[in-house]
Design a protein around this ligand. Structure first.
Ligand code: GLC
Length: 428
């Protein structure tokens, strides 16, 4: 019987978290998959290990930036697919303490998050392109190296499994309360002919998760070990509706990048605008989901200025609008969302939030809510948004008779990326 978190309510209440992808690939600065994309050998990858010296690392600043952006939790890569560990571990030498960094970099991160009141998540890669027992498959950097492939039978996944379980145990015991475990990823459905993908049997995921639950009964775990757990993780796309599995709504968290790469990617200019990211956040909440937004810090340990500026813009929007995000979810099904809008809904207060993705001319029609609207205001400044009374509705022969019609100014509120109207409803 699979156990899941006993109380996941903090997660769905918070809605917005920070993802951090940091490792020695940050020195290459061309995507966290660089080792396998470029088929880099251990020897040629070693300079990134030897030169990892994040002298400007200040996790308190990261945590403050996250908090100011309105985020309430942060998930960091303790180990990525390249096998490099940011934490102190007894099980490998391939770790930050043995680089010029000279120390465990996860502990100060955990302390910084705690000091700023952020919940803490550990990303841990199930995949490992450094471990000598991890067999070579179609994702592996050595996949075209016929000599290495010929020796693949000497690799022993059961030894890798012990290592993986041992490291997850270290992470689950050495850092106090951990709120999220973000495992990445399974691909047992892949078949390259000469090799197959890996999945829950390769990880012995059932036993792994049992151990995790014994240590942290209320931790939230994602679905990527192939054992159903607490939440689903759509990646780099926005679900069209609340995610369902076997006909039932599930908890979900979209993970998104700022520019298409998770690790720091110096020359990548595909930066999403703050407005787009805010609309993605709103869109997710309107479908009952969270957003885990990623920053790839630089090799010296800082958030790139473009990332900081984006977080600051999101923060200035959240400063006025967190009420339409936190504690909110999809509106009741019978509510008809106006064109170019997203509804979110706070079930505890019964308030409805109308997010305007485009600015209409003068009138906003809330179909079906004619009898329900008690009061409406802009969220950014608390200024009243007046109703156009029903007598005037003759002006709107095309409107539904049961619509509440709100009167909008010609100009959208200045400097507000996504304007929001907070609607107080009479109870039904
Ligand atoms: C993918 C990628 C990985 C990234 C992750 C984040 O699975 O392999 O690089 O860390 O998604 O969701």
């Amino acid at each position: 019987m699979t156990r899941t978190a006993t109380d996941p309510s903090w997660f769905t209440r918070s809605r917005l978290g920070l993802f951090v992808h940091w490792g020695i690939y940050s020195l290459a600065a061309r995507h966290e998959w660089v080792k396998t994309r470029e088929r880099i050998t251990e020897a040629d990858y070693q300079p990134y290990f030897d030169h990892f010296d994040p002298d400007l690392y200040d996790p308190r600043q990261w945590a403050r930036d996250a908090k100011a952006a309105g985020m309430e939790y942060a998930v960091i890569t303790t180990k990525h697919h390249d096998g490099f560990c940011l934490f102190e571990t007894d099980l490998t030498h391939y770790k930050a303490p043995n680089t010029p960094a000279g120390r465990d970099l996860i502990r100060p991160f955990v302390e910084a998050c705690r000091a700023e009141g952020l919940k803490i998540g550990f990303y841990y890669s199930l995949i490992d392109w450094h471990h000598p027992d991890y067999t070579i498959d179609g994702h592996h950097p050595r996949r075209d190296d016929m000599e290495a492939r010929a020796l693949d039978h000497e690799r022993d996944m059961s030894r890798y499994r012990d290592y993986l379980h041992g490291q997850v145990r270290e992470l689950m015991t050495n850092y106090g309360q951990i709120d999220v475990l973000w495992l990445d990823f399974s691909y047992s459905w892949r078949d390259w002919g000469w090799s197959k993908g890996k999945g829950k049997d390769d990880w012995d995921a059932e036993r792994l998760l049992d151990m995790v639950r014994d240590l942290h009964p209320n931790i939230l775990v994602n679905n990527r070990s192939e054992v159903p757990q607490d939440f689903h993780t759509p990646e780099q796309y926005q679900p069209r509706a609340w995610m369902h599995v076997d006909g039932k709504p599930v908890m979900w968290e979209a993970c998104q990048t700022l520019n298409g790469s998770w690790g720091y990617d110096r020359d990548n200019l595909d930066w999403k605008s703050p407005g787009l990211l805010i609309r993605m956040l709103v869109d997710g909440v309107s479908k009952g989901g969270n957003l885990l937004l990623n920053v790839g810090p630089t090799a010296r340990g800082e958030f790139d200025p473009r990332a900081r500026a984006t977080l600051a813009s999101i923060g200035s929007w959240m400063h006025h609008h967190s009420r339409s995000i936190r504690g909110c979810t999809q509106a009741p099904e019978e509510f008809v969302t106006p064109p170019d809008c997203r509804y979110t809904w706070n079930p505890a207060t019964g308030r409805l939030y109308v997010h305007l993705f485009a600015w209409p001319f003068r009138h906003l029609f809330l179909d079906g809510l004619g009898d329900r609207v008690a009061y409406a205001q802009f969220l950014h400044d608390g200024s009243e948004v007046r109703r156009t009374e029903y007598e005037d509705a003759g002006h709107f022969p095309t409107a539904r008779a049961d619509a509440a019609v709100l009167a909008l100014p010609i100009q959208p509120p200045a400097g507000v990326e996504v304007p929001v109207i907070e609607v107080f409803l009479h109870p039904e």
